[in-house]
Design a protein around this ligand. Sequence first.
Ligand SMILES: [Ca+2]
Length: 461
Amino acid sequence: MGAFCTSGGFPRSRINMKLKTVLLVFILLMPCFGSAKKQPNIVLIMADDMGYECLGANGGADYNTPFLDNLAQGGMRFEHAHSQPICTPSRVKIMTGISNARNYVRFALLDPRATTFGNLVKKAGYKTCIAGKWQLEGGFEGPNKFGFDEYSLWQLTRRPSRYPNPGLETNGKEFNYDKGEYGPDLVSDYLCDFMERNKEGPFLAYYPMILPHWPFQPTPDSKDWDPKETKEWPKNKWNKPHFQDMVTYVDKIVKKLVTKIDDLGIRENTLVIFTCDNGTYTGITSKMKDGTIVKGGKGSMPDAGNRVPFIANWPGTIKSGQVRQEIIDFSDILPTLCDTAGYEIPPNLKIDGRSIYPLLTGSSYEQRDWIYLWYARNGGPKGQEFTRDQRYKLYGDGKFYDLSKDQLEKHPLSQHALKESDSIAYRKLAKALSGYKGIRTITSTKLPGEPKRKKDNTKKK
Ligand SMILES: [Ca+2]
């Protein structure tokens, strides 16, 4: 508009000069803008009840996980990653970056006062979505309050079937499916759609999978799949072949998501993490390629309960073919995601985790000497606890193990007859453990101001 060109009464030649100068500065700065690091997308996938032994890349012999094995080969695979022994404790820890000792209330609840990686990464400008299993209360608004713009979840407001013909809650509405749909297909379709709509990024897609948790029953790829099935199978029908089919389906869905990321042309700007919330169901026994037999240890403190698969893949940023021995803990995920997003965690959150972003990206990383785990399924004042490194483990009750010789923890070492190397480890872990003395201040399974609960659902068998 002419009015703009002559506003302020400047002669036209002076304005032209100014415009030229501005243009020149802009052109000079262009390369800087062009090369500015784009915030990467983050896809965090967490299987449900799929222990370390269920991954071929970890040496598992009973499962077919070709895509996950390739994903590990193309990036980083960790041999010492630890979750909590069951669902809610792990979900709370991974989402908040804080030890259960400090913020765990009870099973199937995420404290409404908690801050999650969804809340933080959103502040860094990310679009956020969660799909899969919720089981953390909070109603239709829960996922939004915890920082997720969108969701498609099982077990948010009710507990219908999760596999064939499931019921889901998607963005404030309940949906009931009855045309042979499979829950894991639906929630992963939602995530693919979310990524497509937000391919310009940055986005966070958090996928706490529904699979391969019991009930062990046919997937759409099983010979005996019945699209008319509406029930979750009772325990007496569960079997290992169906569990194996379900693990194969986990692999298939991860492939679907990563292929989608490829097709969108954003693979090199997307960090993909695959892990699991706890060990395998106790009724499943698996063989390793070296002949070792592993009994599922869900709900327990030894490795079979909380040592989990962990893969990080990011072509062009994470060097391929790495197998890492650093020990990592579920509280490390939140700071890692914040670091990836370039978001500084407010110090008042008092995170227990340590970011592994420098390790992923090949920068200098000060590895953990130990991790700490506190666990009580139903909350309350007292829990089991241990500190450990890759080899040694010391429990709060004083039991001390050398896992390199005794992974099943059958033979505690006598503290009075320790070899020098055992003794050094013992002192280190005892000192770490003493740092957590008195840390548990949550003594009730009720939230402050919460009305009397009817029946505690955790008492259900
Ligand atoms: Ca679980």
